[in-house]
Design a protein around this ligand. Structure first.
Ligand SMILES: Cc1cc2nc3c(=O)[nH]c(=O)nc-3n(C[C@H](O)[C@H](O)[C@H](O)COP(=O)(O)OP(=O)(O)OC[C@H]3O[C@@H](n4cnc5c(N)ncnc54)[C@H](O)[C@@H]3O)c2cc1C
Length: 594
């Protein structure tokens, strides 16, 4: 069974050496986020993940959730772990102190989410959904709604859900049928069925706050006719506690491939009492607040799984003895050499590691910019940060979850046949990771979001927020003899991305199917260049610091940077070729020919 140790050295390196996160404490509202405080929080989170969450991960997968007469019970140990989770104040870490939160930067919460998801993705689903509900209500709720729900969500005694999907629609939410009829007292009655609702029913909290998309009677058809409602399982009474039972009930739970300890519920709303959140028919924009935050959080799930898979694979590769090294026995006293001596095993381990560390740098950078977009005193800087977050959100969601799944797959391969056997815990990572590529907008839809919306926004303004600093950095770095070995391949890949962007602008304008056909490859190409930007900067820091007291750490960084540049980044050439090959080969066949 793989064990988990939070990668605190690397998290610290990314936060403080690369991103200078100590400067966050200078932003208004973040005075408490000093390096000492942040480091202490991360250490505690690492202990909690390793000691409380990881031990119940595999048993939770084996046992799964239980459904009986509308009641859902989580696997053994989950309730106790959740009680400790809220006792530790973890749900309120990034939340507003006005509602009882700790007001720490979101990037710190990203790191905590990564650790939770490495240790136990199923567990992470419950607070993850609550955080989404918190964000939507904090931004769009009335003062009364905020006062009623936010302190409970922050304390973790109540949890949240996102009720979007219906049996006939997931991606295309314009097809939603769930209805909301106005009542005389200003509330609404919700009627309809939602499926696949994570944390829709469970035994961890006193109340569950559903955020539901539904249609008002006079709503226009399609996406412009959807409104957002808050619909609690127990209607809060006058003292703000859970009161009468509402008509929102769980009809069943899904039996699924992975995250088995996370309850995935069919939710039936039979005239359930609810209140409008935000403006009528503007539910999608309110929901997007929640979805954007949730997309980044799902990216962190991918990263968490990748780290867990890597740790499991490394431990096994050092232990498992098979065959001799091709260059002669490395451990002649043993019956065979550990498999870590073999080039192909190293290829797998280094692929996992170089991408995981690159993804950590990229996603934490986005997390920092998210904090800057909310807290920086200069409006221009806030806008720049907001643009960058919007541009990179589909990349973080999609690339990190693809990597999480691929890393879990490589992890199983490193284990050989034992990876395929349940008791080793590696195959669970593949099954758990798989959903992250699907929910919160499938990864295909993330590609469309990038090429269809983000590239053209503000006449390419979002794109320039990345292209300008990255281009300027690569050029300057290429002039520095020691950094050039990292900067030159990065510049080549960046040039491919620029060419691909120009091609897409022209071809997509003539025929939108060209953009659709190129989207997934374009997103991946963009992600690799963004990772090259991160790796180049990390290598430069490592070169500066390698003669200090943590020489081994920085030498390892440089080795991973070299591996990334020589063995992973060249995929950008293939991606460029495939994406510019056009839509013809994809669209030639009529549907009947398939
Ligand atoms: C375990 C689990 C938990 C979930 N949790 C929640 C939750 O908490 N709340 C919630 O509301 N939902 C939840 N979902 C639902 C999830 O968000 C949807 O499954 C997802 O959005 C995809 O929708 P769909 O399944 O209807 O697939 P479809 O929309 O039918 O898509 C099928 C395929 O077609 C592709 N496709 C569709 N349209 C296009 C297009 N225009 N261009 C290109 N490709 C396209 C998709 O990418 C996909 O590959 C969950 C699902 C699961 C399995």
């Amino acid at each position: 069974m793989p064990t988990y140790t939070a990668p605190l050295d690397d998290i610290r390196f990314v936060l403080f050496d690369l991103l200078k996160a100590d400067q966050l404490a200078e932003l208004p509202g973040f005075a408490d986020a000093t390096q000492d405080v942040v480091e202490a929080v991360l250490e505690e989170a690492g202990k909690f993940a390793a000691n409380e969450l990881q031990p119940i991960n595999h048993p939770g997968d084996e046992e799964g959730c239980h459904y009986e007469n509308g009641t859902v019970t989580t696997p053994k140990g989950f309730k106790e772990a959740y009680a400790k989770f809220i006792e530790g104040g973890w749900p309120g870490l990034p939340c507003d102190p006005e509602f009882g939160g700790q007001g720490l930067p979101k990037v710190i919460n990203f790191a905590v989410e990564e650790m939770i998801c490495s240790a136990n993705l199923s567990f992470g689903m419950y607070p993850g959904l609550s955080n989404g509900a918190y964000n939507a209500l904090a931004l769009h709720g009335t003062p009364e709604q905020k006062a009623t729900y936010l302190p409970k969500l922050v304390s973790g005694t109540w949890s949240g859900t996102m009720c979007l999907t219906e049996p006939h629609c997931g991606t295309d939410l314009g097809l939603i049928k769930t209805k909301a009829e106005p009542d005389q007292d200003g509330s609404y009655k919700i009627t309809g069925t939602k499926i696949f609702i994570s944390a829709g029913e469970h035994d961890l909290t006193d109340n569950i706050i559903h955020l539901v998309l539904a249609r008002l009677p006079d709503a226009p058809a399609g996406i412009r006719g959807i409104s957002l409602f808050v619909c609690p399982k127990f209607i809060p009474n006058t003292s703000g506690e859970a009161g009468p039972r509402n008509a929102a009930r769980c009809g069943s739970i899904e039996h699924k491939m992975g995250i088995k300890a996370s309850a995935t519920c069919v939710m039936n709303f039979d005239g359930a009492t609810a209140w409008l959140v935000g403006q009528p028919n503007k539910g999608m924009s309110a929901m997007f607040t929640m979805m954007n935050a949730a997309r980044l959080a799902v990216g962190m799930q991918g990263l968490g799984i990748a780290e867990a898979a890597y740790q499991g694979a490394v431990a096994y590769a050092k232990d498992r003895l098979q065959m001799r090294s091709l260059s002669g026995a490395k451990f002649p006293e043993k019956a065979a050499d550990p498999i870590i001596v073999h080039p192909d095993v190293r290829r797998m381990l280094l692929t996992m590691r170089a991408l995981t560390e690159g993804c950590r740098a990229l996603s934490y950078w986005v997390g920092m910019e998210l904090d800057i977009s909310h807290h920086h005193p200069d409006e221009k800087r806030r806008q720049e940060a907001d643009d960058l977050v919007a541009l990179l959100t589909p990349i973080v969601k999609s690339f990190l979850t693809d990597h999480g799944f691929n890393a879990a797959n490589l992890g199983v391969q490193v284990f050989g046949g034992h990876g395929y056997i349940r008791e080793w815990g590696m195959e669970q990572l593949i099954r758990d990771a798989r959903i992250t590529q699907i929910y919160e907008g499938t990864n295909g839809i993330q590609g469309l979001d990038l090429v269809g919306r983000k590239l053209s926004l503000g006449m390419g303004r979002l794109l320039r927020r990345f292209f300008h600093p990255a281009g300027a950095y690569f050029e300057a770095a290429a002039e520095k003899p020691e950094v050039a070995e990292f900067a030159l391949p990065s510049m080549k890949a960046f040039a491919k991305l620029q060419q691909a962007t120009a091609w897409l602008a022209q071809a997509g304008l003539k025929n939108p199917e060209e953009a659709g056909a190129a989207a997934t490859d374009y997103l991946r190409l963009f992600a690799l260049v963004a990772l090259a930007y991160m790796w180049c900067r990390m290598a430069e820091i490592a070169l500066e610091k390698k003669s200090g007291d943590k020489a081994q750490f920085y030498e390892t960084k440089l080795a991973c940077a070299r591996f990334f540049m020589t063995r992973l980044l060249p995929e950008s050439n293939t991606l460029f070729t495939t994406l510019t090959s056009g839509s013809q080969t994809l669209m030639a066949l009529p549907a009947e020919a398939f």
